[in-house]
Design a protein around this ligand. Structure first.
Ligand SMILES: *[C@@H]1O[C@H](CO)[C@@H](O)[C@H](O)[C@H]1NC(C)=O
Ligand SMILES: *[C@@H]1O[C@H](CO)[C@@H](O)[C@H](O)[C@H]1NC(C)=O
Ligand SMILES: *[C@@H]1O[C@H](CO)[C@@H](O)[C@H](O)[C@H]1NC(C)=O
Ligand SMILES: *[C@@H]1O[C@H](CO)[C@@H](O)[C@H](O)[C@H]1NC(C)=O
Length: 200
């Protein structure tokens, strides 16, 4: 390395912005990921409740139109158990790309954009403000785990962050077909949470 390139690389590293602080856990990168980050004028406790209250998803969520906790066989759990707990399963009905905002419980799906997925709740860490679920794939060619984290932003607002990393031989195909729609879904859900909690 010449002295000039050394000086250049040092000055570039000094100029690069400090990474925004995050409450998402570090995970190995995959083939691609979908993510969202938004500051919301609410408390972390209210944000946590909105994220974990699966029963209310149809009322506000343009991406995950319904989320039902089930036992390992896919049998729905009682209403009192429609909250995350490790090793519960989740049956999702999603729209990729998401529906336009706003949505409510009677907003019809676009059938051409409907997908379902069956997930395992892998981590529930209320003390850390973190929850995660992972796709139960029929084969091992696709792995996808979504972490969601709540924290307090530097501004004092509540910070919502969510990221799903996709791995495996099928991840490239998934990215080509749905990469953009999934990213729109994450962003749509984040904006919908903001509207829900800021009362818009
Ligand atoms: C997510 O994707 C972005 C953009 O491609 C990349 O910079 C980042 O490292 C990825 N993160 C993970 C955990 O995969
Ligand atoms: C969860 O959502 C349901 C459906 O909107 C609502 O009736 C219930 O009060 C919510 N629970 C909490 C603790 O917010
Ligand atoms: C629910 O959303 C639909 C559009 O998706 C709208 O036509 C309807 O008026 C909304 N209903 C209520 C009660 O806001
Ligand atoms: C579901 O997640 C729990 C908690 O991380 C784990 O113990 C269990 O092995 C997982 N089950 C499956 C089928 O992946």
């Amino acid at each position: 390395m010449t002295l000039l390139s050394l000086l250049l690389s040092i000055s570039i590293s000094l100029l690069s912005p400090v990474a925004a602080r995050t409450n998402l856990p570090p995970v190995a990168p995959g083939v691609f990921n979908a993510s969202a980050r938004i500051e919301i004028n609410t408390t972390p406790a209210l944000l946590w409740t909105a994220i974990t209250n699966f029963t209310a998803y149809p009322e506000w969520n343009p991406f995950v139109r319904s989320a039902i906790t089930t036992n390992p066989l896919g049998i729905p759990l009682p209403p009192s158990d429609q909250w995350p707990a490790e090793n519960r399963r989740l049956l999702f009905r999603v729209q990729i790309p998401p529906l336009p905002l706003p949505v409510n419980a009677s907003t019809p799906d676009n059938p051409a954009h409907s997908q379902t997925s069956f997930e395992n709740i892998t981590h529930v860490q209320p003390g850390l403000g973190r929850v995660a679920w992972k796709l139960l794939s029929v084969d091992l060619a696709l792995e996808a785990e979504r972490w969601t984290a709540v924290s307090v932003a530097a501004s004092g607002k509540a910070l919502y962050e969510s990221r799903e990393v996709y791995r495996g031989a099928l991840a490239g195909v998934l990215e080509a077909l749905y990469g953009e729609g999934l990213q729109e879904g994450f962003e749509g859900q984040a904006e919908a949470l903001r509207r829900l909690l800021e009362g818009e």
